[in-house]
Design a protein around this ligand. Structure first.
Ligand code: CMP
Length: 141
């Protein structure tokens, strides 16, 4: 087991539905430390930069439009095996395939408006965390 950090985002659909508190409660109940969090409104350029790895996918433009439709809440989570544990808590990308009790099963509307994001690897987390947060904004403890 290793202590890891992961980048989570509570996406615009979940902010709009008013379920930020319920999602953060699940984060805390699962024992993650929240090292940073902020409500932001991404520009199209911000979203395109964040999802650059998906730029060749057919859903890229629509995904970027969705991520800029309203505010979202990026967070940095820390804990043992945090990357996989946060992915387990989120559930499958497509809420129709997500297991009962996962965040996406309970709060997501579609494969695009899927409530939350999580880094898919340590390499991705190392790029995604500084995309939103400077080292001064992280509160390790
Ligand atoms: P996320 O974990 O943020 O990573 C990439 C995002 O692209 C994913 O969640 C979904 O919101 C979106 N996505 C993945 N596959 C599809 C798809 N087939 N159609 C539309 N959006 C998708």
């Amino acid at each position: 087991m290793t202590t890891q950090r992961t980048l989570a985002i509570i996406k615009p659909d979940a902010v709009d539905k008013g379920v930020v508190g319920q999602i953060i409660a699940r984060v805390e109940r699962a024992g993650f430390k929240i090292l940073a969090a902020k409500l932001i409104q991404m520009s199209l350029a911000d979203a395109r930069g964040f999802y650059a790895v998906h730029r060749e996918r057919p859903f890229f433009q629509s995904l970027c439009d969705f991520m800029t439709q309203g505010p979202c809440l990026p967070l940095v989570l820390e804990g043992e095996n945090a990357i996989q544990r946060w992915r387990d808590l989120m559930g499958a990308t497509d809420p129709a395939k997500a297991a009962a009790g996962t965040i996406r099963k309970d709060f997501a509307s579609s494969i695009e408006a899927n409530a939350v994001h999580g880094s898919d690897s340590a390499e991705a987390a190392a790029v995604e965390i500084p995309y939103f947060f400077s080292s001064l904004e992280l509160c390790p403890r």
